[in-house]
Design a protein around this ligand. Structure first.
Ligand code: PAF
Length: 280
């Protein structure tokens, strides 16, 4: 595995691969890799000749009171995992390499960025879309892989790619879960053993909502209330939002008539956790 830290270096190497007719799969990450990331890598390796993984904790997607400084990092362990997974190129730029001067150009995906996490993390999706656009321009992948745990991010990136004609196919990959249902996330490292056990109620709550739908309930309030009820059984869980929205437009819905995303964000100990399930 080649580890590149400079944009020009990676571009040259990937340009040579393209000249040889190789297809390129790309997995953008912020590191502290877990099975969820490695599942994205497995998909990329299956679909492409070459797999590139970036590790970059992107400062512009964190709010002033968020966890940019404490975000978990372990470069040595990440590189070992990528090497063992058969990744061809790891790209680990510094902040100065990605943002050498004041950035005046941003990618803003309206509407899709506004509700759900966007309502509580102003500027977050603008930061995500901007860095992903930069990474796409650097790597120029044929396919890029995103986990469904970050469902709103996935929809924002899909729309950006469509609106701005990026020649890349976005591949959505199912959320990978711990045995107790907890969606894998680098931020799970903030949880104590006890909190990890309590966190199993997050997915259980989403499944309760889905069960109601499957039993014939279509009223969005009733489904969301079932999720709240389940979460309220664990007093340490503080709910930020539970939403049921159109799975494509992310518009609020009153009844589930088309595929919808049942999504939530909660605080547990030091962690803010998100998860979702598709119903309908
Ligand atoms: O999902 C993430 O890890 C990040 O938001 C991403 C897509 C790598 C952009 O920084």
């Amino acid at each position: 595995m080649y580890v590149a830290r400079k944009i020009a270096e990676l571009r040259k190497l990937l340009c040579d691969e393209k000249k040889k007719g190789k297809s390129i799969g790309f997995v953008p990450t912020m590191g502290y890799l877990h099975e969820g990331h490695l599942e994205l890598v497995r998909h990329s390796k299956k679909d492409n000749d070459i797999t590139v993984v970036s590790i970059f904790v992107n400062p512009i997607q964190f709010g002033p009171n968020e966890d940019l400084r404490s975000y978990p990092r372990d470069e040595a362990s990440d590189l070992k995992k990528l090497e063992a997974s058969g990744v061809d190129y790891a790209f680990l730029p510094t902040v100065d390499e990605m943002y050498p001067e004041e950035l005046l150009t941003f990618v803003q995906v309206d509407r899709l960025s506004e509700p759900m996490c966007g309502a509580f993390r102003p500027g977050h999706f603008r930061g995500v879309a901007t860095v992903v656009a930069k990474l796409f321009n650097i790597v120029q992948p044929d396919r890029a892989y995103f986990g469904m745990k970050d469902y709103q991010q996935l929809k924002v990136i899909e729309k950006m790619v469509k609106d701005l004609n990026f020649p890349v196919q976005i591949v959505a990959v199912q959320t990978v879960r711990e045995a107790n249902g907890l969606a894998m996330s680098s931020r799970n490292s903030y949880l104590s053993e006890e909190e990890r056990k309590q966190a199993s109620s997050i997915y259980r709550a989403l499944l309760k909502g889905k069960e109601l739908y499957e039993a014939g309930v279509r009223d969005a309030e009733a489904i969301k209330n079932a999720v709240y009820d389940e979460l309220s059984k664990v007093p340490t869980i503080k709910v930020q939002y539970v939403e049921l929205r159109d799975a494509e437009t992310l518009e609020d819905i009153k009844r589930v008539e088309k595929p919808a995303v049942l999504a939530l964000a909660v605080f547990l100990g030091k962690a803010r956790l998100i998860d979702n399930i598709i119903i309908g």
